[in-house]
Design a binder for this molecule. Structure first.
Ligand SMILES: Nc1ncnc2c1ncn2[C@@H]1O[C@H](COP(=O)(O)OP(=O)(O)OP(=O)(O)O)[C@@H](O)[C@H]1O
Ligand SMILES: [Mg+2]
Length: 493
């Protein structure tokens, strides 16, 4: 459907055109008119299908230009996602000079306060902990907020965040309009969301599968100790432009990053224990294409939109089927193709089946490449590099080249050059600390959060909430273990 049929104003249509969007995606076509009509909306659509603009455009259109008050807030689960959303809303609202600001933890609160004092933003994007911090300090006022958006709504309403979200809703009690968006929306969570809403319209984009259509999903059966070597060989053979590798814990991410670097890959990691400056610089290098492989915990699973990610490797199978949907959704975005590969150890097969039941799509088995195939992949890359080099001006190397040709055969010289360029480092030993695969205790129900009840929301019990973002992925593990009726049962250590 055309954007011009959705009731958006000229300035926004211009911004949409500038962004290169030709047609509205289904979630945009269905939710924008509802949101413009002032309805509460729950929107669920596959990863990478433009949910940000689906809630962003109606908010921008409804801003009162000269009001000096926060008119809308958008709550995001991670700092990186908050920043990305602020940037997208800023881009879309640029022509009308919409003031969009972002607040998140790990950054100097004094500076944020100063900037909030200087100009009151019309739209404030933030992570729950930092938003609450500002609310308690009275450095932001939500009494005139008309619209509240929970992006990644199922995550925001799940146990780790729900208490913060309830408090934020208390502060924004004059709101007229609540919007919830996510690629996954388990029913029990949706019901919790409805409590904050007024007769919401539920828009579910009908798709055969929950995962984005354009992702080819594979799995590799491997023992824990074999995974690293197989992943390296796969990277060599598949030659991703940009890849994201997901690991289960921060230690995993650190070890995988060091291992990949030792083998000559251009990789860096992000997780919650790194400084915010470090997280941002790694992500920026990845976005700019200066980094080939981003290794991450689930802190990077949701929402991040980085064009050119061709491959997602789940070094560890996600413990939560929703998380699988989000992780692999970092590829196959906005009409691009993508490939995901999930490593499954022999006693994790049950997890894989539960994921497949949720996504309604089977992963295809992938045979680990042989060393020869991996070398072939590396040589392909090396040859491409040589072809590139041949386009450069090489005159100043010619004398030395001729001299070398007198002592060595051309074949030997080229072979040495190829060896040097191909990062054949399979002999570099890398030890990844084994982590016991989680025992799977399938109960045959096959459902997804089958008999959860509303009580789950009262079980959170976090001590230092402000810091939640940082510890989120580890908390998730603990939380899932306690969640009543969840299909993945986590044994206490
Ligand atoms: N109508 C459109 N046509 C083409 N591209 C679009 C359109 N709308 C949004 N996009 C682009 O698609 C990409 C994905 O959008 P977005 O990040 O909003 O997806 P999402 O649905 O929120 O995904 P996720 O579930 O992973 O958060 C972005 O780069 C965005 O600019
Ligand atoms: Mg999103």
């Amino acid at each position: 459907m055309k954007f011009s049929e959705l009731g958006l104003n000229e300035a926004l249509l211009k911004a949409i055109k500038r962004s290169g969007f030709e047609e509205a995606t289904p979630i945009q076509a269905e939710t924008i008119p509802l949101a413009l009509a002032g309805k509460d909306v729950i929107g669920q659509a596959q990863t990478g299908t433009g949910k940000t603009a689906a809630f962003g455009l109606p908010i921008l259109q409804q801003l009162e230009k000269h009001a000096k008050a926060i008119q809308a807030i958008v709550v995001e689960p991670t700092r990186e996602l908050a920043i990305q959303t602020q940037e997208e809303l800023f881009r879309l609202g640029r022509d009308e000079h919409a003031h969009v600001q972002v607040v998140y933890g790990g950054a100097d609160i004094g500076r944020q306060i100063k900037s909030l004092k200087h100009t009151t933003p019309a739209i404030l994007v933030g992570t729950p902990g930092r938003l609450l911090d500002h609310l308690k300090r009275k450095t932001i006022d939500l009494s005139q907020v008309r619209t509240v958006v929970l992006d990644e709504a199922d995550e925001m309403l799940d146990m780790g965040f729900i208490q913060d979200i309830e408090s934020i809703f208390e502060y924004a009690k004059n709101r007229q309009h609540t919007l919830l968006f996510s690629a996954t929306m388990p029913k029990p969570i949706l019901r919790i969301g409805e409590k904050f809403m007024d007769h919401p319209e539920v828009v579910r984009i009908k798709a055969k599968e929950l995962t984005a259509d354009l992702i080819d999903q594979y799995f590799v059966r491997a023992k824990e100790a074999e995974k690293f070597d197989i992943m390296c060989r796969l990277i060599d053979v598949q030659g991703p432009d940009l890849a994201v590798v997901f690991g289960r814990t921060k230690r995993r991410v650190d070890e995988l990053t060091h291992g990949l670097q030792a083998r000559g890959y251009n990789a860096a990691g992000i997780h919650g224990d790194l400084s915010q400056a470090r997280r941002m610089s790694v992500l920026k290098r990845f976005r700019d294409g200066k980094l080939d492989i981003l290794v991450a915990t689930d802190v990077a699973a949701r929402g991040l939109d980085i064009s050119g990610v061709t491959h997602v490797y789940n070094y560890d199978i996600p413990q939560d089927p929703d998380s699988y949907v989000h992780r692999i959704g970092r590829t196959g975005r906005a009409g691009q193709n993508g490939i995901s590969v999930t490593f499954v150890t022999p006693n994790e097969i049950g997890y894989m089946r539960t994921i497949e039941q949720l996504t309604k799509k089977k992963m295809s088995p992938l045979r680990p490449p042989t060393d020869d195939q991996a070398l072939h992949g590396q040589l392909k890359v090396a040859k491409a590099q040589i072809e590139d080099l041949l386009n450069d001006d090489l005159t100043k190397y010619e004398d030395e080249a001729n001299a070398m040709l007198e002592s060595y055969s051309a074949v030997d010289l080229v072979a040495a050059f190829l060896k040097n360029l191909s990062k054949d480092a399979s002999d570099v030993k890398v030890k990844i600390t084994p982590e016991k695969p989680l025992p799977y205790k399938g109960n045959g129900r096959g459902g997804h959060r089958g008999n959860n009840n509303g009580n789950r929301r009262y079980r959170g019990g976090h001590h230092d909430r402000r810091d939640r973002n940082d510890r989120h992925s580890d908390h998730r593990r603990a939380r899932r273990g306690r969640a009543n009726g969840h299909d993945f049962v986590i044994k206490k250590k």
